[in-house]
Ligand binder design. Structure first.
Ligand code: CO8
Length: 258
């Protein structure tokens, strides 16, 4: 592990990115978000990496964008700096599966970063919310869009307009997280899931991610067309031939990600 704004580790095809500003509750400074984006750019074409986990520590996944940085900026300065825009777009376009392992606080931009990931796993006692309203602003890292698509208008508005917090268990019940586990188990659980996913056929995984992501931004008709393109696009791959042949020959498939 390298001691920087993030710690990274590759183990059994899983890249773990651990946010490492514990004294500031892993608040997302522009430099921290840049480090995440740079690491993902490096991971994109690394065939030894099949999946990514983004995690914080027991106290905080991330308590938001860095308020100390934003406090100093005028509208002109913030929009000229395109604060976080390029970094978020890099994370959003990363083609391999990303799991957010959320323990402790995931607030504001921290929650929004987790919402940007493909799968969210939460600790039962995690604290999630979009408290930007209490600072005189609104979510600016995709929260108004992504949360609304998951929980609907009423709950999203209630959370955004009051800044109320929810627990990990509630996030699971609302469909924000795929599972909620005891906090002591969150990192082991996420690693196990990431390893499982990382060892699945890569081309199919990327087609799955692209198709599910498409569902959040397009009409049903266009989404179905997109899915069909992705589905048939896999038909000339070695993995499709191997997977289907192995089934018919009643043996375990051996995928080589081609
Ligand atoms: N930014 C900067 N510093 C932070 C942040 C943050 N978001 N959160 C915590 N810290 C710092 C505190 O200032 C404190 O620093 P210090 O020790 O130097 O005083 C340290 O972390 C520990 O925090 P607390 O002492 O407050 O710890 P508590 O256990 O008492 O409270 C909380 C923990 C509840 C998490 C509390 O720190 C808190 O409320 N934090 C702020 C939460 C928040 O409002 N987040 C939303 C921020 S706005 C945002 O994310 C906008 C996203 C969109 C940006 C788009 C840009 C284009």
């Amino acid at each position: 592990m390298t001691e920087k704004l993030i710690k990274t580790e590759i183990d059994e095809r899983v890249l773990t990115i651990q946010l490492n500003r514990p004294k500031a509750m892993n608040a997302l400074s522009p430099e921290l978000l840049r480090e995440i984006a740079k690491t993902l750019q490096g991971a994109e074409h690394n065939s030894e990496i099949g999946a990514v986990i983004i995690q914080g520590d027991e106290r905080a996944f991330a308590a938001g964008a860095d308020i100390a940085v934003m406090a100093e900026l005028s509208e002109k300065e913030a929009s000229e700096a395109q604060l976080y825009v390029e970094e978020l777009s890099i994370i959003d376009r990363f083609p391999k599966p990303i799991i957010a392992a959320v323990s402790g606080y995931a607030l504001g931009g921290g929650f929004e970063l987790a919402l940007l990931c493909d799968i969210m796993i939460v600790a039962n006692d995690a604290t999630l919310g979009l408290p930007e309203i209490t600072l005189g602003v609104i979510p600016g890292m995709g929260g108004t869009q992504r949360l609304t698509r998951i929980v609907g208008k009423s709950k999203a508005n209630q959370m955004i307009m009051t800044g109320e917090f929810i627990t990990g268990e509630q996030a699971h019940a609302l469909g924000i997280a795929s599972v909620s586990v005891e906090s002591a188990e969150i990192f082991d659980h996420s690693r196990k899931l990431a390893k499982d996913i990382a060892n699945r056929p890569q081309l199919a995984l990327q087609a799955a991610k692209a198709s599910v992501s498409k569902a959040l931004e397009t009409s049903l008709e266009d989404g179905i067309k997109f899915e069909a393109q992705q589905f048939f696009g896999l038909f000339d791959t070695e993995d499709k031939n191997e997977g289907m042949r192995a089934f018919l020959e009643k043996r375990k498939p051996k995928f080589n990600n081609r």
